[in-house]
Design a protein around this ligand. Structure first.
Ligand SMILES: Nc1ncnc2c1ncn2[C@@H]1O[C@H](COP(=O)(O)OP(=O)(O)OP(=O)(O)O)[C@@H](O)[C@H]1O
Length: 252
């Protein structure tokens, strides 16, 4: 089933780039896929990821999530299905791990509901998620005292507390050592295989991409130059993606 569909996305012309950041972007992603977005610095990966949340103004093109087109009217509804891990985690350092996770519920709770603390069932859910992500000992620890890998897993728990169907992640392993990177990627892989979470992640490491993702979408100067399996990515990069491939398996 098509979960995300993008047709002819184009963003505004940027004088410093002498082109739009994104141009002629077409793809769709099925439920349960694990997709990696690759490309050199400035290729437009983060912009493409953010456009799926309606955070990027488009001059043309359409994005559908679950068959619903993203418009100002549908934005709130569409965003409820999508969790986002921003570059650097974006956690509040002075708060504890569980408080950060509970922040993921702010969008669905009124001020009145959180004035005297979050509802009990939110707290239970947050505890369960932190335990599931291997952070049982760190639940009440101040976030600034956690390691980079632990912080990234708190950020994953915060994204998951709204039970999204889609998880977008912008370079989730940046700044992490090899072990922590593997743990974060294994966490994402598990969520994908065991809970059917659809994952789209920007990565820079081709090895990690090939190890975890089933499909790679490669951007170059705002256009898709490859959309296919993760085999042979090193060689493809070396050849400069002269042949534009599309992922036939995913076309109907
Ligand atoms: N609002 C903006 N105004 C002008 N230029 C922008 C804006 N947002 C992004 N850019 C430029 O657009 C290009 C694409 O940015 P984007 O962050 O999407 O690339 P990226 O592929 O994620 O790069 P990186 O790997 O460095 O994170 C960059 O050259 C960036 O400087």
């Amino acid at each position: 089933m098509k979960l995300i569909e993008c047709y002819n996305l184009e963003t505004a012309y940027i004088a410093s780039l002498n082109r739009p950041i994104l141009n002629g972007i077409n793809f769709h992603i099925n439920q349960g896929e694990f997709v990696v977005l690759l490309g050199l610095n400035g290729a437009g990966k983060s912009t493409l990821l953010r456009s799926l949340l309606g955070l990027v103004p488009l001059v043309s093109g359409e994005i559908y999530v679950h068959g619903v087109q993203i418009t100002p009217q549908t934005l709130r509804k569409v965003r409820r299905d999508i969790g986002m891990l921003f570059q650097g985690g974006g956690l509040i350092q002075q708060l504890s791990a569980i408080e950060n996770v509970l922040c993921g519920r702010l969008g669905v709770r009124t001020t009145g509901q959180t004035l005297f603390g979050f509802p009990e069932r939110d707290r239970i859910l947050a505890l369960e998620l932190l335990e599931q992500l291997g952070l049982k000992e760190q639940i009440y620890q101040k976030t600034s005292r956690l390691s980079g890998g632990q912080q990234q897993r708190v950020a994953i728990a915060r994204a998951l507390i709204q039970s999204p169907q889609i998880l977008l992640a912008d370079e989730p392993t940046t700044g992490l050592d090899v072990v922590a990177s593997q743990q974060v990627m294994q966490t994402l892989a598990q969520l994908n295989s065991e809970q059917g979470l659809t994952i789209i992640t920007v990565l820079h490491d081709l090895g990690i991409a090939a190890e975890y993702a089933q499909r790679a979408i490669v951007l170059d100067a705002g256009r898709i130059v490859y959309d296919g399996k993760c085999n042979n990515l090193q060689a493809q990069f070396a050849q400069g993606f002269k042949l534009v491939e599309t992922y036939k398996e995913y076309e109907e």
